[in-house]
Design a protein around this ligand. Structure first.
Ligand code: ADP
Length: 263
């Protein structure tokens, strides 16, 4: 990453119509990155021009989930993002030596995000998705500052403990004046062979986050979907082909595609 003298962030220019969704969660491991990768792939398949910024500094996993092995290519002063499944992708993971942990302070993270917005040639995007690190940290605040038009999509599991932290991460929007586009409940249940649903992580977390964020903001923050546990989804992530493409008829893929359509 290099310094850029005068930051001009195309996504904040008046008249820019790119919809920007920052995907956040309270806790790690709830499937935030998996949801981001699948929403991006589903949107691209629907003919939407979509880009993803993997801003999950400490747990970047978008390149693997989307099967991107290459780096951005430098052309003059711009970086051309790699494209996978019709999705333009930039990740912090593309700029750190492999196998090494990222030990960065807040201002460096802010700078990195700023450069993803200014120095990467995104072209004319319909949608930009940002995969945030879990919690309410520096990056969430930087996103609010650099992209004041962005809206937050909160991912939670059905578990009460996860829902409480998700609420806290969603409520940061109140302080930053960002909109809350909705809530996705992941790992909602496991469908058994006889058709019954095994609620491994309990139930009600997604609805509860939706209710409390609606109450807190005085606007409707809908529960946009419930994604079941699905072995296809995990395998697809490991193979670098999102489940919405590799097994589009699976219950998880259908639920994810519906969320993509609702955005
Ligand atoms: P986060 O970004 O919140 O840390 P990930 O997207 O990395 O979470 O998901 C954590 C793990 O859970 C991954 O191994 C992923 O494949 C798996 N996973 C996520 N959602 C599901 C699901 N609905 N069914 C099965 N496995 C899932």
């Amino acid at each position: 990453l290099r310094g850029s003298a005068t930051p001009v962030i195309p996504f904040t220019q008046p008249g820019n119509l790119t919809k920007i969704y920052a995907i956040g969660s309270g806790k790690g491991g709830v499937g935030k990155s998996t949801v981001t990768a699948n929403l991006a792939a589903a949107m691209a398949q629907q003919g939407i021009k979509v880009g993803v910024i993997d801003a999950d500094i400490y747990g970047f996993s978008i390149p693997r989930l989307l099967g991107v092995a290459s780096q951005p290519t430098r052309v003059d002063s711009m970086l051309l993002p790699p494209i996978a499944h019709e999705v333009k992708v930039v990740s912090i993971g593309m700029f750190v030596p492999s196998g090494q942990p990222v030990v960065w302070r807040g201002p460096m993270l802010h700078r990195a995000l700023e450069q993803f917005l200014t120095d990467v040639y995104w072209g004319d995007l319909d949608v930009l998705l940002l995969d945030l690190p879990p919690g309410t940290g520096d990056i969430a605040i930087s996103v609010a500052q650099l992209l004041p038009n962005s809206e937050i999509l909160t991912v939670t599991t059905p578990q009460a403990a996860a829902a409480e932290v998700a609420e806290r991460s969603g409520s940061i929007a109140l302080q930053t004046n960002q909109g809350l586009v909705g809530v996705v409940e992941n790992m909602a249940w496991l469908e058994q062979e006889d058709g019954t649903r095994l609620e491994i992580f309990g139930s009600g977390g997604g609805q509860s986050v939706s209710d409390s964020l609606s109450k807190l903001t005085g606007t409707d923050v809908p529960l946009l979907g419930q994604i079941p546990l699905d072995i296809n989804l995990r395998e697809a992530g490991d193979d670098g082909v999102p489940v919405v493409l590799s097994a589009p008829d699976s219950p998880a893929a259908r639920a994810l595609s519906n969320v993509a359509l609702s955005l």
